[in-house]
Design a protein around this ligand. Structure first.
Ligand SMILES: C[S@@+](CC[C@H](N)C(=O)[O-])C[C@H]1O[C@@H](n2cnc3c(N)ncnc32)[C@H](O)[C@@H]1O
Length: 169
């Protein structure tokens, strides 16, 4: 699997622990890799979870290399054109039948529907980064234009408002 912006690596580490055949490449910005790879090393998973220093927006992601690509809590930093282009490059990087999972706090499609986390998150990321939170329909739009088929999104009881929006090549 490829874990884009996977930082500390704890998502990759848990997925690899649950799936003994799985290994993960974490693509992270150079400034984060030293600290992040030390965390993965402490977990004793350095043989199957490795960091790659780079930029997901500009690096070559390869062709038909991965069964799974995840990007958790990162697309709120990217614009619509960046997320569309990234989805196309991830589609190319996945093997046939591979899964693309985008994990995010989801903003509602319409305002005033009790969505405090999604709306405040959008304001926060607009002020501190280049973008904001997204609705599930917006995220699905990037996946569809890249040629993915929609899969059921997964919500977590322990993290209200967050979803893993899944699509299959
Ligand atoms: C909010 S953290 C999410 C970390 C982890 N995925 C999680 O959910 O806990 C966002 C991460 O994305 C990384 N990131 C931001 N832009 C990136 C890019 N263009 N390429 C690779 N990583 C990027 C940051 O360095 C940071 O570690």
């Amino acid at each position: 699997m490829l874990d884009i912006g996977g930082s500390h690596g704890l998502y990759s580490i848990e997925l690899c622990r649950k799936n003994p055949a799985l290994s993960s490449t974490i693509l992270e910005l150079p400034g984060a890799v030293d600290e992040a790879s030390a965390i993965a090393a402490r977990e004793g998973m350095s043989d199957r979870v490795k960091h790659r220093s780079g930029n997901a927006l500009t690096d070559d992601l390869g062709e038909a290399l991965y069964d799974l690509v995840v990007i958790n809590n990162v697309v709120h930093h990217f614009t619509v054109p960046q997320n569309n282009e990234l989805a196309r490059r991830i589609h190319r990087a996945l093997k046939p039948g591979g899964l693309y999972g985008i994990g995010e706090f989801i903003r509602r499609d319409t305002p005033r529907t009790g969505d405090v986390i999604g709306a405040m998150g959008s304001l926060y990321f607009a002020l501190t980064s280049a973008s904001g939170t997204w609705s599930e329909a917006e995220i699905r739009g990037w996946q569809k234009q890249a040629g993915f088929k929609t899969e059921k999104a997964m919500a977590l009881m322990s993290l209200p408002g967050w979803k893993m929006v899944l699509a299959r090549k």
